[in-house]
Design a protein around this ligand. Structure first.
Ligand code: AMP
Length: 138
């Protein structure tokens, strides 16, 4: 875990273009941006995937993420944007440390492209699945 590039950035052992930092959160520009202002927001806690993050660290990110989004929008002039949060290699996670992408979307098309192939929700299966997920939360 401590070997990821993001752990090195947190430790000050690798450089970044920092835009925000507090005790629990760091935000900096993505080094290979897919649009102008592409920013990463990461917890300092060393978790790989979002569901492994503590409640305290989750809350700390949630408290500042919209504020960082506002700053990115004001600085770039972008109006639309995506939040992307990948978990696991098959889900396109390349750096194994939790991170949220803030990706402005511009009129020239730069920004996140989404491959979205919706299926129809089956009523019976949906009822069972919702019940099962709710039970897991209880
Ligand atoms: P993901 O596919 O969600 O794991 O995205 C990882 C992101 O981290 C990519 O967009 C990379 O461009 C970005 N990245 C990797 N190394 C660095 C770095 N040293 N500084 C800033 N961003 C980085």
């Amino acid at each position: 875990m401590a070997d990821t590039i993001f752990a090195k950035i947190i430790a000050g052992e690798a450089p970044c273009h920092r835009v925000f930092e507090d005790d629990q959160v760091l935000a900096f520009l993505d080094i290979f941006p897919i649009s102008r202002g592409h920013t990463l927001v990461i917890p300092k806690e060393p978790a790989v995937r979002l569901h492994e993050l503590s409640d305290a660290s989750s809350a700390a990110i949630g408290a500042v993420l919209p504020r960082i989004c506002r700053a990115v929008l004001r600085a770039t002039g972008a109006v639309d944007y995506n939040i992307l949060q990948n978990n696991g290699a098959a889900a396109h996670q390349a750096v194994m440390h939790v991170h949220f992408h803030i990706i402005p979307k511009y009129a020239d098309g730069s920004g996140l492209g989404v491959g979205w192939k919706p299926a129809k929700l089956d009523g019976d299966e949906a009822a069972a699945l919702a019940t099962s997920i709710a039970a897991m939360l209880a």
